[in-house]
Design a binder for this molecule. Structure first.
Ligand code: SF4
Length: 287
C-alpha cells in the first residue's frame, strides 16, 4: 500500500493551550469502545469523573459536553486533564488522531490534516505550493491523481473568484441547506444572504486583492480530501464541489472572516459531516 500526504504533514504541531479555536469544544466527541471501557476501569481519582462524563447508548460512547459545549476535561488553562493525569497514550482514538484524516482509494492511502484545525490551516496557507509525497517522491495534485486513480484532472480545474451576484447567491443558498454545526453558523449565513448586496460588493472588492495562489491551494486541498469518492462521483464533479466550497470560503473571507478563519469554519461545518458533503455535491448544478 502507498501512503500519500502533503509535504507539510509532518510539521503539524498542536497549539494546545495557545489554540484559539480548540477542537475540544463545539462538537460531539465520540469515544471508541476500547478506550471507553478502559476509562470506566480507571482508578477513582479520575475514573469517577470519567464515568460521569461518558454518555452511552449501549453501542456508542461520547463525552458529555458542558453547557457551553466544551469537553469536560478541557481545563481552564486550555489543556486536557486526561493527558496531564495519564499521558497522551490514554487518549481515545479521535482525540489522539485529530486533526489527521485518512482516506483510501484501492490500495492507496491519502493522509491529511483537517482544515478545521487552525494549525493545519496555517500550514496550508503558509506553503508556496501544495505538494504531496509518498515518502520518496513529490507530486503536484494532478500527478498524484493520475498515480492513484489513473484519471486526468481537467485542465480548467482551478479556482476563480466569483464575479456574478447570481453565483454568490446560489452558493450561499446551497450552504444554507446544510445541517448547521451551531447557531452562530445559521446566523452568520443568514446575515450574508440578507445583506446580499454588501456581500456582493465585498466579494467584488476582494477579487482584486485576494491571494489567488493561496486560494488555489485551498481549492486543491478541498478536492484532495474528497478524492476517495472518485468511484461514486466523476472527478469533474468533485472538482466542481471543491470550486463551490472554495467560493464559499472566499465569500466568508471577503466579508471579514480572514482566509484562515473562513477555511477553518467551512471545514468544521462541511468536511466532518458526510451528510453535508452530500448536500453540496448533490446540489451543484450540472454545467
Ligand atoms: S484545533 Fe488543532 S491546534 Fe487547536 S487544539 Fe485542536 S488539534 Fe490542537
Amino acid at each position: 500500500m502507498a501512503a500519500y500526504y502533503p509535504t507539510f504533514y509532518d510539521r503539524f504541531k498542536c497549539r494546545a493551550a495557545d489554540c484559539r479555536h480548540s477542537c475540544c469544544r463545539g462538537w460531539e466527541i465520540d469515544i471508541d469502545e476500547e478506550t471507553a471501557k478502559k476509562y470506566l476501569g480507571f482508578p477513582p481519582s479520575l475514573g469517577e469523573r470519567l464515568a460521569q462524563a461518558i454518555v452511552s447508548d449501549g453501542d456508542t460512547y461520547s463525552f458529555r459536553l458542558t453547557e457551553d459545549g466544551r469537553c469536560p476535561f478541557l481545563n481552564g488553562a486550555g489543556l486536557c486533564d486526561i493527558i496531564t493525569e495519564y499521558g497522551e497514550d490514554a487518549l481515545c482514538d479521535i482525540c489522539r488522531e485529530h486533526p489527521r484524516f485518512y482516506e483510501f482509494i484501492g490500495e492507496n492511502e491519502l493522509r491529511g490534516l483537517g482544515l478545521s484545525c487552525e494549525a493545519a490551516t496555517a500550514l496550508l496557507l503558509g506553503e508556496k505550493e501544495l505538494r504531496f509525497t509518498d515518502g520518496t517522491n513529490e507530486y503536484d495534485l494532478a500527478s498524484l491523481i493520475r498515480n492513484v486513480t489513473g484519471k486526468r484532472l481537467p485542465r480548467r480545474a482551478a479556482f476563480s473568484p466569483p464575479a456574478h451576484p447570481e453565483t454568490m447567491r446560489a452558493v450561499l443558498d446551497l450552504f444554507s441547506q446544510t445541517e448547521p454545526i451551531d447557531e452562530r453558523w445559521s446566523e452568520e449565513l443568514a446575515a450574508l444572504r440578507r445583506n446580499i448586496s454588501s456581500t456582493v460588493r465585498a466579494a467584488r472588492n476582494y477579487r482584486r486583492i485576494c491571494d489567488r495562489a493561496a486560494y488555489n491551494r485551498v481549492f486543491q486541498y478541498i478536492l484532495y480530501r474528497q478524492l476517495e469518492r472518485i468511484n461514486d462521483a466523476p472527478l469533474r464533479r468533485l472538482a466542481r464541489y471543491a470550486a463551490v466550497c472554495t467560493c464559499f470560503v472566499f465569500l466568508l473571507d471577503a466579508c471579514g472572516a480572514g482566509t484562515a478563519g473562513a477555511a477553518r469554519r467551512f471545514s468544521e461545518q462541511i468536511e466532518y459531516s458526510t451528510e453535508n458533503v452530500d448536500i453540496i455535491l448533490d446540489g451543484i448544478p450540472n454545467p
